[in-house]
Design a binder for this molecule. Structure first.
Ligand code: FES
Length: 148
């Protein structure tokens, strides 16, 4: 039995230590805000935070998250009141929306360390989050708004 702190709630799950966190979140706990994209650590759709660090849930074994604080998109604000969620809405960022929870989770770690990111900072930090709809200009705009 594993005990996990997810969005400040304690969850007990029956899962082997090597099961990817993404499977635990989506399949065992039905927290489906975190998305499955490539399953190989390359697209960023599954980005979550573990102890404040952006991590790829599809390639992170749940064993490493024991005694850690996991934050998913559901933990940002359920009512959509976080400044980054407001900026995302006001800039109409999503098209299909599939990658956007991962985009937001990555953007949050950028803004945590950089209160005035340049285009280059944003491009560098967000380069691991792929959007097949090409919403990159709106993502950039929203990150700048959230930073302001
Ligand atoms: Fe994890 Fe693509 S689903 S990086």
């Amino acid at each position: 039995m594993l005990e996990l702190n997810i969005n400040n709630e304690i969850h007990q799950v029956e899962a082997p230590d090597d099961m990817p966190v993404l499977w635990v979140l989506r399949d065992l706990l039905k927290k489906t805000g975190t998305k499955f994209g490539c399953g190989m650590g390359q697209c960023g759709a599954c980005t979550i935070h573990i102890n404040g660090q952006a991590m790829r849930a599809c390639i992170t074994p749940v064993g490493v998250a024991k005694n850690a604080k996991i934050t998913t998109i559901e933990g940002v604000s359920r009512k959509g009141e976080h400044p980054i969620q407001i900026a995302w809405k006001e800039n109409n960022v999503p098209q299909c929306g599939y990658c956007q929870s991962g985009q937001i989770m990555s953007a949050l770690t950028l803004l945590e360390n950089n209160k005035a990111p340049t285009d280059e900072d944003i491009n560098n930090h967000m380069s691991g989050n792929i959007c097949r709809c090409g919403t990159y200009p709106r993502i950039k705009q929203a990150i700048k708004q959230a930073a302001a």
